[in-house]
Design a protein around this ligand. Structure first.
Ligand SMILES: Nc1ncnc2c1ncn2[C@@H]1O[C@H](COP(=O)(O)OP(=O)(O)O)[C@@H](O)[C@H]1O
Ligand SMILES: [Mg+2]
Length: 318
């Protein structure tokens, strides 16, 4: 079954119908690792949160969001609560914001299972098993400890254990390692990927780091100003990015092939959909843009292994 299908998702907010997302399409198959990449403000978190039915206050949505068979935008409150408890889990940037600081880790890990009717003893056994899977050396001791007794990296492992406890169909990981130091980041990403595959959970991995996404994801969506501008297999992105924005992101990445080159930013400032120019939203920052790019939002075309929304897909800058 498809873990997540977002089709033609549009989002506006407020009386003025300020556009935030336009025609967003994202698919995550069962057990698939899918990246969602773009600069800050491009709409990644809005897209990911739509899978939980979490829309901004006063937002109007069009299109369709389906998670493991549930029509999320049409779901009632109770159905959404059930979905969040059993079928979708989320891991955020800051593990300290995800856990209750005054409750023991054991309670945090077992409450979701208890709510599903798993007996106390079995829930504890399951929590111990998960803590061992995420690499905690003393799982039994960890159950009795409080969040502040863990480092950020260790606490994020606890949160990941919690996210997998109910065997969700879909795991949303929104910048899950951004707050961690570099060595810990690599470990946590490796762990997430390994466990997600082992549990057969589909993962939407949200990050501003295209390199990282390309390295670990089966497929990657690149987002700009509230729209998907490219979709490609992770492996294809390094060699042959089709969209000029993807190319710019890749060149701006600090970690490309381990070089210690200075971080080169993408020229200009990222735009929200509301402030982006008409036609192709990237055209005012694009080295390849011509007058034709102003006429309409470019449709998607195939270029190599990519689908790219660009009239010049695959062309080299002059
Ligand atoms: N609740 C909201 N109301 C109005 N605008 C919002 C709201 N949430 C996000 N936005 C705007 O939508 C755009 C995309 O936000 P977001 O999805 O958080 O970006 P990203 O996660 O890619 O950094 C941003 O310009 C942001 O300011
Ligand atoms: Mg975000």
């Amino acid at each position: 079954m498809t873990a997540l299908a977002i089709e033609g998702l549009g989002l506006t907010v407020g009386a003025g119908a300020v556009p935030l997302l336009d025609g967003v399409g994202v698919r995550v198959g069962a057990g698939e690792t899918v990246g969602l990449v773009g600069e800050s403000g491009s709409g990644k978190s809005l897209t990911a949160r739509s899978a939980l039915g979490m829309l901004p206050r006063g937002a109007r949505a069009t299109g369709r969001v389906t998670v493991a068979g549930t029509d999320v935008l049409a779901a009632g409150r109770r159905e959404l609560r059930e979905l969040r408890r059993t079928r979708v889990s989320m891991v955020f940037q800051d593990p300290r914001a995800a856990v209750n600081p005054v409750r023991r880790v054991g309670d945090y890990l077992t409450e979701g299972l208890r709510a599903r009717g798993v007996p106390a003893r079995a829930a504890t056994e399951r929590a111990l098993d998960l803590l061992a899977q995420v690499g905690l050396r003393d799982p039994r001791g960890a159950l009795r400890r409080y969040p502040h007794e863990f480092s950020g990296g260790m606490l994020q492992r606890v949160v990941i254990a919690g996210a997998l406890a109910t065997e969700p169909a879909l795991l949303l990981a929104d910048e899950p390692t951004t707050a961690l130091d570099v060595t810990t980041q690599a470990e946590v990403v490796g762990l997430l990927k390994e466990l997600q595959k082992a549990h057969g959970t589909g993962m939407l991995f949200v990050t501003h780091d295209l390199d990282l996404a390309a390295a670990i994801c089966d497929r990657v969506y690149v987002m700009y100003a509230g729209r998907i501008v490219e979709e490609a297999p992770g492996a294809a992105l390094f060699g042959a990015p089709a969209h000029p924005y993807t190319r710019a992101l890749l060149e701006a990445s600090p970690s490309v092939r381990g070089e210690r080159a200075a971080v080169k930013a993408v020229r200009g400032r990222p735009r929200s959909l509301a402030e982006a120019p008409g036609g192709c939203a990237f055209r005012d920052r694009c080295p390849l843009a011509g007058d034709d790019c102003a006429r309409a939002v470019p449709g998607t075309r195939r270029h190599g292994a990519s689908l790219a929304a660009c009239l010049r897909a695959g062309e080299e800058p002059r």
